[in-house]
Design a protein around this ligand. Structure first.
Ligand code: FES
Length: 109
């Protein structure tokens, strides 16, 4: 995913905006990324990816998602249709490795 690709498609929040928010605010928990233009507060599709980006930042790495924006958007459509998250896309993006990734997107972290 490139910096100008959107991570939160509901609110059109780009990876660049999230990186800037993480760098400037250094939030202690991932749920605070919602302060960045409401990211993660719509359909909740992007929540595990936001958690991954937060974990990357906390680890001192440049937050990134290793998935194409097309595949990401297609998987979100499937999520909306079925209500099931395609865990393959989560893993592909690198977000499946986060030990604290909750399966409940409303958990607030
Ligand atoms: S894609 Fe982020 S809340 Fe829907």
């Amino acid at each position: 995913m490139d910096a100008d690709d959107q991570v939160c498609l509901c609110f059109r929040v780009t990876l660049r905006k999230i990186r800037t928010y993480l760098r400037n605010e250094d939030p202690p928990v991932a749920s605070l990324i919602s302060e960045c233009l409401g990211a993660g507060t719509g359909c909740q599709w992007c929540v595990p990816f936001l958690k991954h980006l937060h974990a990357e930042h906390q680890a001192g790495r440049t937050p990134d998602l290793k998935v194409s924006p097309e595949r990401y958007a297609d998987a979100r459509k499937g999520f909306h249709t079925s209500g099931e998250r395609d865990e393959g896309v989560v893993r592909e993006a690198g977000a499946g490795d986060d030990p604290d990734r909750a399966t409940d997107p409303s958990s607030g972290q």
